[in-house]
Write a protein of this length. Structure first.
Length: 272
């Protein structure tokens, strides 16, 4: 007599649910990044994908437990479902850890935000009110988010800022270079995070021929939590700028030494 070994229905369901969860997460992110859905719809879609992934993980564990007891077939399907569910849940685990690490904030700046106005909006009518940190919370969470003052002229400092913005791949939307009369220079740039959130960076440089001051603001345009992105972005950028200024002054000791009038005249070629 031949004994038929059936395939576990739980294992089949686990594989199917896991196969659905992965594309749900990917498609939701892609639609949001390319602005095919609004942020509100993205939150609904990504939460739905997360629920499907959780269900897939639960069904997979039940399937594995039943397979161990009954000896049915379907180990491969159950394990595949668990693998797909785990992959789908990894982004939720990562951003969940960031939510526990950083406070719910969407706008970080080194100075008064009136001096660092946002230059554009994400194209949506309703924008959540910005969430900001108190001075004590800022010092505790992002201690390096501070105004920078350098013994380097306004123009070369602004040039370094431009270079770093380009190196970061940020999309410059507004660029106002400093004038010969030492009017401030300013850059507004947009960043698209991996899940598709839009964030804007504003960098303002003021100064004279021999010194400069740099302030920076980073704000999420349509989000309830930035997962620490704005604060860490400012800290990283200003740390890179510190290093760039240090290297420039080390390699060019006379970078801030203006030419004397007599030297300039001597350097000019004689004309008949």
């Amino acid at each position: 007599m031949r004994i038929l070994i059936r395939t576990s229905k739980w294992a089949i369901a686990a594989r199917r649910l896991g196969s659905v969860a992965v594309p749900l997460v990917i498609i939701s992110v892609l639609l949001h990044r390319f602005r095919l859905i609004t942020s509100d719809l993205f939150l609904v879609a990504i939460l739905a994908a997360g629920l499907v992934a959780l269900l897939a993980a639960l069904v997979s564990l039940i399937a594995l437990a039943r397979l161990w007891q009954t000896g049915d077939r379907g180990w491969g399907r159950a394990l595949a479902g668990l693998l797909f569910a785990t992959l789908s849940l990894l982004p939720f685990a990562w951003y969940g850890s960031l939510m526990l690490t950083y406070p719910a904030v969407t706008d970080i700046a080194t100075t008064d935000r009136g001096l660092l106005p946002l230059g554009f909006e994400p194209g949506m009518q309703a924008m959540p009110a910005p969430r900001m940190l108190s001075a004590e919370e800022m010092a505790r969470t992002f201690p390096n988010v501070e105004t920078r003052t350098y013994p380097l002229g306004l123009v070369p400092t602004f040039g370094l800022v431009e270079t770093l913005v380009a190196d970061n791949g940020w999309a410059v939307r507004t660029l106002r270079e400093p004038t010969p009369g030492f009017d401030p220079g300013q850059i507004n740039a947009q960043i698209v995070t991996l899940p598709g959130w839009r964030e804007e960076v504003v960098i303002r440089v003021i100064g004279t021929l021999t010194n400069s001051t740099v302030d920076m603001r980073s704000a999420s345009l349509n989000a309830l939590h930035d997962f620490g992105a704005n604060g860490t972005r400012i800290e990283g950028f200003l740390a890179a700028l510190d290093e760039a200024v240090t290297n420039l002054l080390r390699d060019n000791p006379n970078a801030n030494m203006p030419l004397e009038a007599g030297t300039e005249e001597a350097a000019e070629p004689e004309t008949e």
